[in-house]
Ligand binder design. Structure first.
Ligand code: FAD
Ligand code: FES
Length: 342
C-alpha cells in the first residue's frame, strides 16, 4: 500500500507517514503525535492546519468545522483530508493531544444488540485482538455502504477478549444509524478504528466525580462510571453523581446499568431530568424537569469547584455546561473533560 511523507514545519516540527486511504489526523495520532483534535468528524474545527506544499483530497469541503474566514485563509481540517503525495503542513502539536493509547484499525463482527430505550440500542462487537482504550474514549466505526466513518463512544472497559460495546441513538433519517439499526445483523463485519478522544477518566484525580450525559452521550459516561468503580476510586465512599438528561420520560436510562456496579449504593447518585415531560400524554413522571445543566447546579450548588467533571452530548448541552462551569463558577479548566457529539 502507498504511503505519503508528511512534515510538520515549525519549532515543534515532526514527520510521519500517512497510508493511502487514512486521514492526516488519524495518521498523525497513530504515529504518537499530539495533533490537535476533538471530534474526528468535521464538526469542531480543532484539527485545522495550513497546507504549505503538496496536495490533499478534501473529503468534506463544506464541513461545519471550518468558518468562511478559514476557507478564505485556505485552512483545512486534518480529520477530513488525505494526502495524495508528500506534504508540508503547519500546525502546533501539543502534549495534551498525544494519544495515551495509539489508535489502530481492526475488523470487528456484530455479536448481539440490546435495546436500552425506544431509540438507544447497545451494539456488541468483537475483534480478534484486544480492545484497548481508556474509559470515556470513542472509536470511528466504518460501516459498509456509508462513505465516511462515524464516531461512537465505548460504554464498556478495555478488555483482552476484544469486546467493544456502543450505545447508539437512532437519528431520524440518519445514514449510519439507519444502517446500524435496520440492516446490520449478528455476524456482520465492520471496521473499528480507535481509540480517540480526550475526555477519558483521570484516575489520579482525588476529587468527587460528576458524569453528565444528554441523549446519546450515555455511553462514555457509563464507561467513566465503570472505570472509576473498577479502579477502586469509589471504595472509600467518594461520590460519583451521574446526571442524565432526556427529552421525555421514556428516554431516561442508565440507572439499571449503574445499579450493577458494586459501589452503587454507597457512592453513586443518579439524577435523571426530563426537558419535555408533557410530550408524553398521560405521563406519570414525578421527577425533575428542565435542562440537565440546571439540575447539576441544583444538586452540586456551591460545591461545583470540588468536582472532576466529565460530560458528553449535543453541542447546546455541552455549551450550557461550559458556560455554567467555566464562566459562571470558574471551575478550573483542568477539571473539565467533555466530548461534543456533532
Ligand atoms: C466524539 C463523538 C462521539 C460520539 N459518540 C456517540 C455515541 O456514543 N452514541 C451516539 O448515538 N452518537 C454518538 N456520536 C454521534 C455520531 O457520530 C453520529 O453523528 C450520529 O450517530 C448521526 O449519524 P448518522 O449517520 O445516522 O446521521 P447523519 O445525519 O446521516 O450524519 C451525521 C454525521 O455524519 C457526518 N457527516 C455527514 N456528512 C458528511 C460528509 N459529507 N463527509 C463526512 N462526514 C459527514 C458528520 O459527523 C455528521 O455529524 C458521537 C459523535 C462524536 C463527534
Ligand atoms: S477534529 Fe476535525 S473538525 Fe473536529
Amino acid at each position: 500500500m502507498k504511503q505519503y511523507d508528511i512534515t510538520i514545519e515549525g519549532p515543534a516540527g515532526a514527520a510521519f507517514a500517512q497510508q493511502e486511504g487514512d486521514t492526516i489526523l488519524r495518521a498523525a495520532l497513530r504515529a504518537g503525535i499530539g495533533f490537535p483534535y476533538e471530534c474526528n468528524s468535521g464538526g469542531c474545527g480543532s484539527c485545522k492546519f495550513e497546507l504549505v506544499a503538496g496536495e490533499v483530497d478534501n473529503l468534506w469541503p463544506e464541513a461545519p468545522g471550518l468558518t468562511d474566514r478559514d476557507r478564505r485563509k485556505q485552512r483545512l481540517l486534518a480529520c477530513q483530508c488525505r494526502a495524495v503525495g508528500a506534504l508540508n503542513i503547519r500546525v502546533r502539536p501539543a502534549d495534551e493531544y498525544r494519544p495515551r493509547v495509539r489508535p489502530v484499525r481492526q475488523t470487528a463482527h456484530l455479536i448481539e444488540t440490546v435495546d436500552i430505550t425506544p431509540d438507544i440500542r447497545e451494539f456488541h462487537f468483537r475483534t480478534d485482538t484486544q480492545a484497548d482504550f481508556l474509559p470515556g474514549q470513542y472509536a470511528m466505526l466504518e460501516i459498509p455502504g456509508i462513505a465516511t466513518p462515524r464516531a461512537y463512544s465505548m460504554s464498556n472497559l478495555a478488555n483482552t477478549q476484544g469486546d467493544w460495546h456502543f450505545q447508539i441513538r437512532l437519528v431520524p433519517n440518519g445514514r449510519a444509524t439507519g444502517h446500524l439499526f435496520r440492516r446490520l445483523k449478528p455476524g456482520a463485519e465492520i471496521g473499528i478504528d480507535g481509540p480517540y478522544g480526550l475526555a477519558w477518566l483521570r484516575q489520579e484525580s482525588p476529587r468527587p466525580i460528576a458524569c453528565i450525559a444528554g441523549g446519546s452521550g450515555l455511553a462514555p459516561m457509563i464507561s467513566i462510571a465503570r472505570g472509576a468503580s473498577a479502579a477502586g476510586m469509589l471504595k472509600e465512599g467518594r461520590e460519583l453523581h451521574f446526571f442524565y438528561g432526556g427529552r421525555t420520560p421514556k428516554d431516561i436510562c442508565g440507572e439499571t446499568i449503574l445499579q450493577s456496579l458494586p459501589d452503587y449504593a454507597r457512592s453513586i447518585r443518579y439524577h435523571p431530568v426530563v426537558s419535555m415531560p408533557e410530550q408524553i400524554e398521560g405521563s406519570t413522571w414525578r421527577g425533575a424537569t428542565g435542562f440537565v445543566h440546571d439540575r447539576v447546579l441544583g444538586e452540586l450548588g456551591e460545591r461545583l469547584s470540588e468536582f472532576e467533571f466529565y460530560f458528553a452530548g449535543p453541542p447546546p448541552m455541552t455549551q450550557a455546561l461550559q458556560d455554567l462551569l467555566m464562566v459562571q463558577h470558574r471551575v478550573p479548566f483542568a477539571q473539565i473533560h467533555y466530548d461534543r457529539f456533532f
